[in-house]
Design a protein around this ligand. Structure first.
Ligand code: PLP
Length: 379
């Protein structure tokens, strides 16, 4: 395979050069930030600076940002410990049917422990409304969990408005937001959402896998998910992953220092969709996506997992939905009420500021050829 034509940036991103360099440096300077001599203090100082960089991009104080091992850990921590903190209020949770498995499976686990969960159903565009959420709130609601950007459709959910509605109903209800696909992909700093708890992840923004962060708003009290040596102000034990943290922060700094990256990404997505629609008359757009980097299309009558495999054999990487589905039909597209033929042929395309027109043209050619050859095989 000569060259990778990559359209799966929502699954993960290439680790940026700046992140690799920062990680190599941190791996070399291996001190444990908790040790008490100068060499270790230097490591602690670097973690402090890295936390400041991520917090600045988020818009919060460094004291409100806690490093985790991934977005999934942040979601688990926020939801499990959030409902526990509010257990006197009741055992009702509100979320949406389009959340990532990190939230949905956590909610299902809590259902098995006696919690009741309301799943808001999306419309055909994958969106839910403030009115739907307001109607679902109850006196015993302990926590609301709503993602900012859906990882399969690219739809933006009205999180800021929903936070206001929830807090007007009862300020004690905790609001968690999975912003893994929204961090550095939307123009506003995420602190402006007003949520109590927000999870983000490093590998979606050019950082390494195995690092994320949970924002815990000042004043919100959350017990740790991991107990042990008391790192992260006693809230997330485990020796700091200094290299992962350095890579995450370097990627964040590089994103922040790249003006026009969102506009470039959006322009590439628009170009690719135009080319695809012109080359494949049967193609339907499920969602053009509100964020610059994600859209969803379908080729009704085809099987997306077959298309993904045929394209993959040629080095063209697309996804048949979230990378976490492992071949199962997308619960997001199903919740949107798409016809079965649309569900079967659904593909997610995701972009970066570095995506080129040549890559979009190569994707178009590969998809047109795959559709042509599969049609011949099928008929
Ligand atoms: N939430 C959303 C919306 C995601 O897209 C993902 C990853 O695909 C996650 C959570 C999980 O993040 P991580 O892979 O860092 O655990």
């Amino acid at each position: 395979m000569d060259r990778l034509i990559y359209f799966d940036y929502a699954a993960t991103t290439p680790v940026r050069r700046e992140a690799v360099d920062a990680m190599m440096d941190a791996l070399g300077r291996f001190g444990n930030p908790s040790s008490r001599y100068e060499y270790a203090r230097q490591a602690a100082q670097r973690v402090r600076e890295d936390r400041e960089a991520v917090a600045k991009a988020f818009g919060c104080s460094p004291a409100e940002l806690f490093f985790t091992s991934c977005g999934t850990e942040g979601d688990n921590w926020a939801i499990r410990r959030g409902v526990e903190a509010n257990r006197r209020k009741g055992k009702h949770i509100v979320t949406t049917a389009v959340e990532h498995a990190a939230v949905l499976e956590t909610c299902k686990d809590l259902e098995r422990q006696g919690y009741e969960v309301t799943y808001l159903k999306p419309d055909r565009a994958g969106r839910v409304t403030v009115e739907q959420l307001a109607a679902a709130l109850r006196p015993d609601t302990a926590l609301v969990s709503m993602m900012l950007v859906n990882n399969e459709t690219g739809a933006i959910l009205p999180v800021a408005e929903c936070v206001k509605a929830v807090k007007a109903f009862d300020p004690a209800i905790l609001f968690h937001c999975d912003a893994v696909q929204g961090f550095l992909k939307t123009p506003e700093p995420l602190v402006k959402l007003g949520a109590d708890l927000v999870a983000i992840s490093g590998h979606k923004v050019g950082g390494p896998k195995g690092i994320g962060a949970l924002y815990i708003k000042k004043g919100v009290r959350l017990r740790p998910l991991l107990t042990g040596g008391g790192q992260e102000e006693g809230l997330r034990s485990g020796t700091e992953a200094t290299a992962q943290i350095a890579g995450f922060a370097a990627a964040v700094r590089a994103n922040v220092a790249a003006p026009g990256r969102l506009e470039r990404t959006a322009a590439m997505k628009e170009y690719a969709l135009e080319q695809l629609k012109a080359a494949l008359p049967k193609l339907e757009v499920i969602s053009a996506g509100d964020v610059p980097h994600i859209c969803a299309i379908t080729l009704p009558g085809y099987k997306s997992e077959v298309i993904v495999r045929v394209l993959g054999d040629q080095g063209v990487c697309v996804s048949s939905g979230s990378a976490c589905h492992k071949g199962k039909p997308s619960h997001v597209f199903a919740a949107m009420g798409l016809p079965k033929r649309w569900l079967d042929g659904a593909l997610r395309l995701s972009f970066s500021p570095d995506t080129t027109r040549e890559e979009a043209d190569a994707l178009t050619r590969a998809l047109r050829d795959a559709a042509g050859s599969l049609f011949t095989t099928l008929s």
